[in-house]
Design a protein around this ligand. Structure first.
Ligand code: HEC
Length: 100
């Protein structure tokens, strides 16, 4: 009986977790931590290697952030990310880091 209960628990848990993200959707936060946090800090607070993004991106639009990621700027090298990954990261930066 106990075992059956556990099995039901696990399968509903799994169902919930996979239901959170549709297949193929990328995790912007994980990508940010991988590709950006080294220079911009885990919370976008900046470091010796890159500016604060919380205030630094000012009113840059989503497109401008994607452009910065894919094309780079004078001071930041372009990053080798797919358009989908850049999209997920830019969304994370704007919504979570800048907090819109
Ligand atoms: C190797 C260090 C480094 C990495 C990695 C890096 N950046 Fe940057 N980033 C910089 C520097 C340095 C600047 C400032 C460039 C300038 O002023 O022209 C910058 C500028 C920016 C800006 C523009 C801010 C402004 O003031 O206009 C954005 C947006 C940005 N980065 C986002 C990202 C995102 C998102 C990632 C990860 C996908 C990332 N960066 C990864 C170093 C880095």
């Amino acid at each position: 009986m106990r075992r059956l209960f556990l099995m039901i628990c696990c399968s509903t848990l799994l169902a919930c977790e996979s239901g959170e993200q549709s297949p193929g959707e990328l995790d912007g936060e994980a990508l940010y931590l991988q590709a950006c946090s080294e220079c911009h800090g885990s919370y976008g607070e900046g470091s010796n290697f890159g500016p604060d993004l919380v205030w630094g991106i000012g009113d840059q639009t989503y497109e401008e952030v994607v452009d910065t990621i894919l094309e780079g700027t004078d001071g930041m090298e372009a990053l080798d990310l797919s358009l989908e990954a850049a999209d997920a990261v830019a969304t994370f930066v704007i919504e979570e880091i800048r907090g819109e």
